[in-house]
Design a binder for this molecule. Structure first.
Ligand code: AMP
Length: 576
């Protein structure tokens, strides 16, 4: 018997589950589905996004709805348009074998008449953002006076966004004897109050630990002066060539400004904030989903409900005012079982706030140093070499090759390789060789992302994300292959097709011995001690160096600069 059948789900839903390829119920599904199917009850479920909670309420809801009646029987309130559309899509997929069942999405920024027309045809389930739902109730375009089920999804985010009054007004238009299911990642006082006020003896289920951020996320902070925030951001991006990130700023103005600067400097960046039209926001989100944008600079409100998987880094360009908001930000990465990194760029005076966050998320931050220019050059060099190696050859190049051979024929293999990587490397080297150290000396805990400090060895290894590793799984792999303890391997930095890690000097020979001629999945592993320039020499040379040789004063910034500046060369795209 299918595991979902054991939870009490019936054939039309099981058939849809099979189509979707779900084989195992997730924890929240296992806990909530039998309870919701069995009784008419109120429920509070503490579960993060990405845990499968849409199906946790969606499956039982679909089974309980009467498709033969066209009356609206359930509303699902969610904080953002993106989430609203996503839930609707999921509900439609889950109910595709339930004849006559219709789910309609109702959200701001789109034609209200068109949405009203769809509702008029009869929708048993309405998924809505609170503002638009209230608007439609006011105009009598929707009738929720006979619903049996009300689901509040991401309740904490809805309240954070200031929807309390809208929710209260919406609920006052619903019958007393309905069932309310509330889903929330965290349980701040406001959510507890909603549960107390609008729900009747709710059963409570918790997935993972209460109020705790996802453990697949590594938290890091970097201490710089306020002036160096932006150069620090650039270095973090350059030290992670395959970054796919959300950069959080506190205000719309900063968001726009940082995105514009990044675009000018040649990064694939875009801005997302409330001053953009819905159309502009859709465009940015579309490009981000397609990974044409690598760095999405966003305000907290605009980024709510973003459900894009594979985000590798969340960067807190500035810390948020509320600790809760930090949890939401960092929750954008490390989803669907993957690992992620949440980075905070801060000034010395903000350091104490890190301790408050650590307490809240029950996880320690790693104090890290902004990589030096030469460390970035090293990463970029390896990245380039592996990019060349992994490039698929387009056969359309063939007719040109004889002429290319003629041009390059005098060069031996060594020279050819040197020249090839120099083309790209020189740009970074010219830019970074005189770059200053951006770290403030405030935190003695801080360690460079490349160097391990005294008595440690930094290794390069030729496996990375392409081989299915993230920092966590690579650490586990090294730990078991080398028969070392967890603490013996640290500062694991995984890039696309290579990685770095540190060990204590004492085990360096052991690492080289074990991994020499070692094969992983049939591939020969190459491990070498990484050799960044000594920091002493670097400091001396960098005296008086500037981080922004090309920086020029800008006024009335245009979002569409023709050419990227500095080491990143031409801007490949800009999305506003
Ligand atoms: P959610 O937490 O509802 O946003 O779900 C996150 C993702 O997990 C969605 O893309 C779902 O389609 C998917 N999902 C939900 N339940 C399961 C399951 N039991 N097995 C595999 N994937 C699932």
């Amino acid at each position: 018997m299918n595991k979902f059948e054991l939870l009490g789900l019936e054939p039309p839903i099981i058939q849809a589950i099979n189509d979707l390829g779900f084989t195992e119920p997730s924890e929240v599904q296992e806990k909530s589905i039998p309870l919701l199917l069995q009784d008419e009850t109120d429920m509070v479920a503490l579960a993060q996004t990405g845990t499968g909670k849409t199906a946790a309420f969606g499956f039982p809801l679909i089974q309980k709805i009467m498709p033969e009646s066209r009356t609206t029987q359930a509303i699902i309130l969610s904080p953002t348009r993106e989430l609203c559309l996503q839930i609707t899509k999921e509900m439609q997929a889950y109910s595709k074998y339930v004849k006559g069942l219709s789910t309609v999405a109702v959200y701001g920024g789109a034609s209200i008449t068109e949405q009203a027309r769809q509702l008029k045809k009869g929708a048993q389930i309405v998924v809505a953002t609170p503002g638009r739902m209230k608007d439609m109730i006011g105009r009598r375009l929707v009738d929720i006076s006979r619903i049996d089920y009300c689901i509040l999804d991401e309740a904490d985010e809805m309240l954070n966004m200031g929807f309390y009054e809208d929710i209260r007004d919406i609920l006052s238009n619903t019958p007393e004897e309905k069932s309310t299911w509330l889903f929330s990642a965290t349980m701040p006082r406001e959510v507890a109050q909603i549960a107390k006020k609008f729900m009747h003896k709710p059963i409570e289920i918790t997935v993972g630990e209460r109020n705790v951020g996802a453990t697949t996320v590594m938290h890091e902070y970097y201490t710089v002066t306020g002036r160096d925030r932006y150069p620090a951001l650039k270095r973090l991006a350059d030290a992670n060539p395959d970054i796919f990130s959300v950069v959080f700023c506190r205000t719309k103005r900063d968001t726009q400004r940082v995105a514009e600067k990044l675009i000018e400097d040649g990064y694939n960046a875009g801005a997302l904030h409330g001053d953009l039209s819905q159309n502009q926001r859709d465009l940015v989100m579309g490009s981000f989903r397609k990974k044409q944008i690598q760095m999405l600079v966003a305000t907290d409100v605009a980024a709510r409900g973003i459900d894009v998987e594979d985000i590798t880094h969340v960067i807190n360009y500035q810390l948020p005012d509320e600790i809760e908001t930090y949890t939401h930000r960092s929750g954008r990465t490390g989803r669907a079982g993957k690992s992620g990194v949440s980075m905070v760029i801060l000034t010395r005076s903000e350091l104490r706030r890190i301790h408050a966050i650590e307490k809240k998320i029950k996880q320690q931050f790693l104090a890290k140093k902004i990589p030096t220019g030469m460390e970035i050059c090293e990463i970029q060099l390896y990245h380039l070499a592996s990019k060349i190696k992994n490039t698929e050859i387009n056969e359309a190049i063939s007719p040109y090759l004889p002429a290319i051979h003629d041009v390059l024929q005098e060069l031996d293999r060594e020279t050819l390789i040197k020249k090839m990587v120099a083309v790209e490397f020189s740009r970074f080297h010219a830019y970074y060789s005189k770059a200053k150290d951006l770290n403030t000396s405030a935190d003695s805990r801080a360690t460079s992302s490349m160097e391990g400090g005294k008595g440690t060895t930094r290794f390069f290894i030729n496996i990375g994300e392409r081989d299915g590793f993230d920092w966590k799984s690579l650490k586990d792999f090294l730990k078991s292959t080398l028969d070392l303890d967890r603490d013996d391997i640290f500062r694991v930095d995984v890039k696309d097709s290579f990685s770095f890690f540190n060990t204590n000097e004492g085990v360096a020979d052991h690492v080289l011995n074990v991994l020499r001629d070692f094969k992983h999945d049939g591939r020969l592993i190459n491990v070498e001690p990484s050799k960044p320039e000594s920091s002493g020499r670097r400091k001396k040379r960098n005296k008086g160096g500037k981080d922004f040789p090309n920086k020029k004063k800008r006024n009335g910034a245009s979002t569409r600069s023709k050419k990227g500046k500095g080491h990143r060369g031409k801007r490949r795209s800009g999305y506003f």
